[in-house]
Design a protein around this ligand. Sequence first.
Ligand code: SF4
Length: 353
Amino acid sequence: MKENIKTLVDALVAERNLPDEGLRALIEAESEDAAYLRARGGEVCESVYGKAVYLRGLVEFTNYCKNDCFYCGLRRSNRECERYRLTEEEVLDCAIRGYELGFRTVVLQGGEDGGFSDESVVSVVRKIKESCPDTAVTLSIGERDADKYQAFFDAGADRYLLREETASPEHYSKLHPPELSLERRLDCLYELKRIGFQVGCGFMVGAPYQTTGDIIADLRFMQKFKPHMLGIGPFIPHKSTPFRDFPAGSVEMTLNLLAISRIMLPEVLLPATTALGTASDRGREDGLLAGANVIMPNLSPAPVRSKYLLYDGKLCTGDEAAESVRLMERRIESAGRYVDWGRGDFAGMGENK
Ligand code: SF4
């Protein structure tokens, strides 16, 4: 291992910060250097959360979306996407099934779909909280006006995921059509935090046109925003998007970034994402070893799972949720960890305001 990498990692652990050049060296670290960085990421995670891994039951309730992000298989211009939208009752059924399996967080994820109204979101959140009172409800349904976010919160939603995907305005404009702006995205994130949600942001690794400088900007934004949750996954191309011919992002760099983020924000809730599991067989286990502590098994009804294709080859089994959970538990144990069936709230509650 290069001595300077060890020095940089140790300084990052001590200071939770490094100058840009130090971050660049760690983002691009390879072999033994990367192994040292990831092992330290795993240690920092264990010092805060022990060996616990939290499960979030994911319900992908609509794949309609009014937006046209260039990287996403659900974009409105993708005529090959077979669209579906669950009813309120179906969403509630999924949440209750997850609750019976032991989940204490349900994540309702969907495109920006005007056909599933904000009133329906409020109604379904209320019903889930009535039926499963000790369950945290996380929403991941994109940009809304502040009054709508407030209504979701008042209905009982606890957390909100909204990945900015890149914190560099120039890079953002290469991934999105002109009607979408980074400024609006970040305004939404700050509004969610002001309202009182536990908030998750995040970015893609290896997205088209991304430079290491852009990734450093992502880390700087993360430091400033101090999210409660952070989603980092490799870019994976989808065949029906303008980015179909770009290469996938690097699993190795994604693992480095999980470790760096864990060390910079020790309390953050950090998933080993499905994209990481899709890009590499051992992706999620390696993610846990590098400092991740959350996994999000799919609770969507089996017949619609294969239709929520953000990118090609997305991991989705036809297994019933119960079977998937047993398999996931075994994988988590193979990484030397165990499933904590609690709500798994952010360890620094009261901070990150
Ligand atoms: S990334 Fe989100 S907002 Fe953009 S097209 Fe896909 S589902 Fe819609």
